[in-house]
Design a protein around this ligand. Sequence first.
Ligand SMILES: [Zn+2]
Length: 980
Amino acid sequence: MNQQLGSYVKFFHIIRELEDSNQIDIKQKQILKVNFTTKEKKLMNILNDLNDEDEEEIKFSLLNYLNESPQEKQQIQRQMKRTRSSITDVDLIKGIQYDELKFTDALAEMEKALKLITHFQAKIKDGQTIDPKVNEILEHINTLFIQNSPQNIHSPTIIGRGQSLNLDINYQIESELSEAYKEVKCQFANYMKSHLLLMDETVSYNTIFSLLKELSKNLLNCDNFSFFVINPNNEMELYQSKTDNIEQLPIDQTIKDELETIPQNKIFRFSQNSSFCSKLMSINYLSSYGLYANNVVFIYHSKQNKQLETQDILKIANEYQLIDEIKTLSMFLLQTIQNAKVQFFSPLSIADMILDLGISFVRASKFVLIEKMYNIISQVYKIDKLQTDQQEIQVWDTESVYIVFKDQTVTVCFRIYQMNLVKQSDQRLYSEIKQFYEKYLRFIRECFDKSAFYKFFLRSNDSLIFEFDKSGHLLFLSRPIPKQIKSNFNIQFNSHLIHSNQLSYNKIFDQNVVSNIENYLQDHKWQMMKDNEKQYEIFLKIEEKTYKGFAVIFTENIKGWVKEQFKQLESGNQLDSKIKAKIRKQLIQHETINFVNKLEENNPEVKDSVASLYMPLQQLILKKSKSIRDIQNTQNEPKMRKTEAPQRSKYLTIQELDLNEFSLDIQDDLIDTFDFNIMELTSQIQKHRVVWAILKKNGHLDEYQIPPENLQSFIKEMEYNYNVNNNPYHNYDHGVTVMQTAYYFCLELAFTSNASIIDNFNRFILMISSFGHDVGHTGKTNVFEINSLSDLAMRYHDKSVLEQHHAALTIQILKNPQSNILVNLNQQEFRNFRKGLIANILSTDMSEHFTLLKDFENRPKDFNDCKILSGYIMHTSDFGGAGKKTNLSIQWSSRVNQEFSIQYKLEGELGYPQQPYMKDLHIPHVLAKSEIGFLKVIVRPCYALLSEFLEDKLKHCIANIDDTIQHWEKIVKKGEEQQQ
Ligand SMILES: [Zn+2]
């Protein structure tokens, strides 16, 4: 026993041993735990000198203590006797004269002693020698039992190590059941620990890869996995975890034939001569299971012995309807690998997903336990496994015992023949089986609670939480340890030690913290540690009055409100919705900033790429104001720049537009697709037509009785203000494209289960907001506006300058009687429209990008927030050009880069700080690098998240983006080759 372990750790170690050796049962263990946690006086006296006393003495005292506790007295006395009958005591039975009554007593006594013997016997390892005296006694008991035992129905034989012994087989079964219970629990509780791998300071693709392998090992018990993604164009993508490689293969006839025969959404076993297996790197596993779903053939390979596999999730998945769980895990593995190879990934969001997956497998794992129990019991009893939809089994007969395991999806029933509940040993076995199952259900519930709790902290950036189990091993860490805390408290953490079980609190923390923890566990005395305004606290985890471990929380934010919430959660209180909303807002803010800092830290190239445009502006401005001061010292004051004020357009002078001439026809079908390309339209009228057609198709023209002549003026006024500055990118084409993209996303949304989140009115707002989102754009960025002290920057106090301007200008045009398309809305409706429009347009502020992304990513399960969704659709639509097919995407990029180059030149002339990502964009590989950063870090994650929300309907856009990334990568490579 480690002297340094706190009294808690030691206490729980001892009572676990007592339980393992069957000296106390679950109920008694519970009493001890509760009394210990609540510091019951007598118990505390016993444990006072716990650290110095001999462990065996403590065990004995604990049993005595239980004996004295009145409500348990009778039961305990029996237990005590059993405990006292150590092996040598069995000798006493020898020589007792035959007396029927005494004999029964003696047998009962012996029964208990045998339980101990069986237990020890099970622990004897191969090659370990047994004391000859023990052997002698075993022999003796053996003969005694054979001579005197009543006619036994099962007459079981236990094959011990090297010797045979007849005794009550039920003890053996019980001990096997207990082993099975622990095994399943251990295997499936492990997923919780796998997230620790993500908590190292630097997480690379390799970390993710080994994490996924670990996860598939824990949950599916497989050593390697392979995926065939079947594409419609007679090609397939093959991924193999063995080589960690994705390759393209043609689909040949043998594959086609085999696909025909494979059942969908079912687990099946691959034969060695399958055409799929023949495509794999020489894999020679004992078993390979497959699942064909969502056009992917997943194969899981296992090296394990066939005899063991009967209790795998994969093996029992069909029987217990666990296909959905396996499908979700499979898709997660596939997508995480695909994504991690091409885009920046957030370890925290992966950790979050692992929690969700793990919890669904923990729920499924109870069937593994049932299956194991079935196998154990069937060694001795004849047993049938029945599946039933009925909650109660109707037919009961006297020859069998039925045990029902209820579940929402599949209810299983064991029919055990020749089990007789009148017999004490059968009765005991019966209740043990039920108890193990009940206990496992409790474990599942605990996992659910824990997972919710963990998720809460994964999203917290105020606090860093280490959670330890009863024996002091690390269970959970909420995020990578910030450098400051690491050095302040001299913390050692290396995630790779999880496998060797070396992540215990006394290895992670230095002596100061360790002794603080131990003092606290000992007697709850705690002195606040303060160091550079950072501090930590220790919490006991107590559930249902029993000690479950402890947590150490380091707080960076002195307000410590998260810590308060921790206390709330710990005491089982529900949080009210206002506090929840506040927590959420703060968490997302912190998470965003943290995410961005990490992003810049791990991807230094981001700083110089256009992706930096999407960083929270606060940071940029701080840096900028500094550089402006520098400039002021050496150069003239920056000149006040007058922003070109939009002028009143002269209606109808640009080009005649008569909406009454329009009617929907076949060419307008293209508007319903993502392939729509405004650059193909040759006249302005055709572009106006798109705006009109979208409103028409959505039914808004009729629903809101929009007068055609007002719409006419509105469209023309918008066009004028878009094009007044001759911007290469932020012009009418862009406005219409973003509107069309938002319209397309809404079409896809309508076919998902979330369709109702955006109603007609809000869709109307979304259409007009996306149309007007850049109107009056100056062709410069917000940073330029701010640095040049422009009129707009002055008017909007540097906050979302351009976006506020676009929103204000759109509303101004809408309020003009001639171009007001909202004339038939009542006042309240107009107010709502305006409010929605402002929120939508402000969400296109690029410096809000990460906040928006995080907010959407962390949406609750029952998400129903029209504002957040509209904002996210607006923002993603703003990348409409970048998501198009490569050729077209390049054209949009060329337009925006022209605009950047103009600004860069102007900044140079005016002596403003120049944006590094705008530099040298005429050099192909410089431009290409910037584009890659932008697409990988900003655009792709944005689309990926929306696609996931739209039930994978934007996969084609993501494929476009991937193609485009590859295009730019080729250019970078070419450039590098030329430089050499
Ligand atoms: Zn835009």
